[in-house]
Design a protein. Structure first.
Length: 131
């Protein structure tokens, strides 16, 4: 009896160790002309499919999903209004008012979701869900 209880506890611990917290991020903010917002999301333990939903009221915005290693380069390019390297994008859409972008995030790779390009002040809601 005691052995079966210990076996169940060990099995439960193994299952918990293999699970990762489900990604759910949501933020609403005001994006001014020329401003860039780029929340950084922690690395998933395993490859993860993410859905990024963006709603922008007042002005369309550009949305770019990049790995953590491309964060600084992407920020510099956006600040200097230079073209972004498509090979560095995990997902990207421009002139978004209400849209969803899907991306696959490699295991143990943090990522950022860049929101930029507002031509007028915009109220933006970003929702990121991992599956």
């Amino acid at each position: 009896m005691r052995r079966s209880i210990l076996s169940l506890l060990a099995l439960g611990l193994l299952l918990l160790m293999g699970c990762q917290k489900k990604l759910e991020y949501e933020k609403t903010f005001t994006l001014s002309i020329g401003e860039i917002q780029a929340p950084i999301i922690d690395a998933p333990m395993r490859e993860q499919h993410v859905t990024v939903t963006v709603t922008a009221t007042g002005s369309p915005v550009n949305v770019h999903i990049v790995s953590e290693s491309a964060h600084a380069e992407t920020m510099t390019s956006l600040q200097n209004m230079k073209k972004l390297d498509p090979a560095k994008m995990l997902g990207s859409k421009e002139k978004v008012e209400n849209d969803t972008i899907e991306a696959t995030i490699p295991a143990k790779t943090g990522f950022s979701v860049f929101i930029s390009g507002a031509k007028k002040q915009a109220e933006v809601t970003v929702k990121i869900v991992g599956k």
